[in-house]
Design a binder for this molecule. Structure first.
Ligand SMILES: [Cu+2]
Length: 151
């Protein structure tokens, strides 16, 4: 029992170093969300699991969305900024990594609404259900093109 507990404490003690290593490799994702948003938290956990350090603001989501020039029709439950790009909704880490590598001229990426099966909308509560959805690349002129399709 004591040994198990010690082992757990030892693992926890390593956690800050793990995030420092990640911080060196991936840029910070700053998130604006409502304090009661559970799926937002799950999306943030998905980012962290994929090496992104995060800074979370528990308010200001709507204000930030309009400041970034994101049309409400592309809206979802949280808004974020990474490397000068906006992220709206449950955008998979894989597409964020691709965005940062390709660096297209755009406002950023959006997954409008809250599709079940997207990162943060895929917990045990959803029973493995996966709805099809698109990750959109939002252009500066207000239009959007499909960046990646998930089926
Ligand atoms: Cu959500």
């Amino acid at each position: 029992m004591i040994t198990q507990r010690r082992r757990l404490l030892g693992t926890l003690a390593l956690l800050p170093f793990v995030s420092l290593v990640h911080a060196a490799n991936a840029p910070l994702v700053e998130v604006w969300k409502s304090p009661t948003c559970g799926c937002c938290k799950d999306w943030i956990a998905h980012l962290q699991a994929n090496g992104f350090p995060t800074k979370v603001n528990e308010t200001g989501n709507t204000a930030m969305r309009s400041r970034l020039g994101l049309d409400v029709k592309y809206g979802s439950c949280h808004t974020a900024l990474v490397g000068g790009y906006a992220l709206e909704g449950h955008v998979p880490a894989r597409e964020i990594q691709r965005l940062l590598k390709e660096r297209p001229t755009a406002i950023g990426l959006a997954v409008p609404g809250m599709p079940v099966g997207s990162p943060g909308m895929d917990g045990p509560d959803y029973g493995g259900q996966k709805d099809p959805y698109d990750v959109l690349l939002l252009r500066k002129d207000g239009t959007a093109v499909t960046y990646q399709t998930y089926r």
